[in-house]
Design a binder for this molecule. Sequence first.
Ligand code: OAD
Length: 256
Amino acid sequence: MDDSLRQAVNLLSSAARVAALTGAGVSKESGIPTFRDAQTGLWAQYDPTQLATPQAFRRAPRLVWDFYEYRRELMRPAQPNPAHIALAQLERRVPQFTLITQNVDDLHERAGSIHIIRLHGQIHRNKCFNACRGEPTYVDVAALEWDRAAGPPKCPHCEAFVRPDVVWFGEALPAVALSAAQSASATAEVMLIVGTSGMVTPAADLPYIARQSGAALIEFNPLPSAITPIVNLHIAETAGVALPRLLAALEERHGA
Ligand code: OAD
């Protein structure tokens, strides 16, 4: 067992409260491009930060809807990878484990993670743009018929456009989710930071909250991130390789 893995096992072995913060890097080995990977094909000409905003949706609802349909299509064949599975296994080993994700795919759920806090929503869910029956007013678009060439479907309750249930730039994060993530970070003894560039707040503030509360931070990222300067341990490896190795080492130390 190499030294960084041994240090990670030592930090996790006695921890009763663990939080994990994941970003797009944890889904990379499932074939989903990270947020800052260059868009391909038709979408290469667009900057995602110019499409993922309420203003863009008001200005060009069909373009923004089609951008999310493209991303949902990309995600459809994706399967949970060994990193998602290892995090679900870790949850079963730790008395109090909270998974906080910035990702909008459903791979953590499909890998078996249970206690998940979603900071940026869920791309496979849709809701009324006007939140006509409260935020969120979910809409099941599979039950709707609409002219796809004309753009997004309309809310069956108020005729406003339907939008993806994801947090757009300039929008507040779901307050309950953010508060729960901040609490989990403030009480964690160890925080795993997996596959995030750490550039987008308030998600990127969570490791600072954890550290200020005395948590040990372990980062899994092949590259340095904005969080790396404050972590106790940076495992410069892909999550799909490093996390299963960590689980195997924990099982070796403590039994399956
Ligand atoms: P980014 O694309 O900013 O960063 C992805 C990180 O994953 C980078 O640091 C990569 O080095 C790392 N990475 C790549 N492959 C990896 C692998 N196999 N294993 C581990 N790490 C790997 O994505 P996020 O940090 O998730 O917000 O971006 C955060 C937020 O910025 C997104 O949730 C999105 C965007 O604005 C909203 O949509 C609101």
